[in-house]
Design a protein around this ligand. Sequence first.
Ligand code: IYR
Length: 224
Amino acid sequence: MVDYPFVPLDSEQVEPEESRRRARSFYELMERRRSVRHFSDQPVPRELIETAIRTASTAPSGAHRQPWRFVVIGDPDIKHQIRVAAEAEERKSYEERMPDEWLQALAPLGVDWHKPFLEVVPWIVVVFQELFGVDDDGNKRKNYYVGESVGIACGLFIASLHQMGLATLTHTPSPMGFLRDIFGRPKNEKPYILFPVGYPAEDAEVPDLRRKSLDEVALWDPRP
Ligand code: IYR
């Protein structure tokens, strides 16, 4: 069993005015984040991806099990393999598996089974959830709140990339089992989200979406 000694919290005292400034400035930064499907092939230093993964890995997790694994692909041959396999699954999904209601929901976004960006981006990062741990004797060790933990880590990853001026997309080719096979990952690891990462193309366009207002997403002291 890992035993953690308790140490004083390393926190900073922030005056209310400064809190307000930081809150606004972080919100304004994040409000400009968009899911991007048109990337530049401009190289991205590996160090930036490393730092985004370190940031993601600061996420809280159930029983501090940190049940995430970031698989990073820079090799063009593997990117090609991923594109071919992802498009094959996606084509089946769009043409046979997705019900009309779903296709109609996606229609305004202009997405389809073509995923050329998978070969344009300098990096693909596939996040796996570690469904359970395995100790040195091969015994299973339960993980807790795996989906929640990995989801939070992915959110921090996205924010970190955006803050560096990099773009990404939460791509979920479905089913995603082929990714485990391509990378030879063990059975206890399940693909969660695939992130193409790069600088946006100079002429990148995005749908002019609107975000829900504060009133639409927040309730204060609600009562029955
Ligand atoms: N996984 C598919 C389909 C897709 C589904 C949703 I929900 C989206 O918001 C976008 C796409 C794809 O990646 O194209």
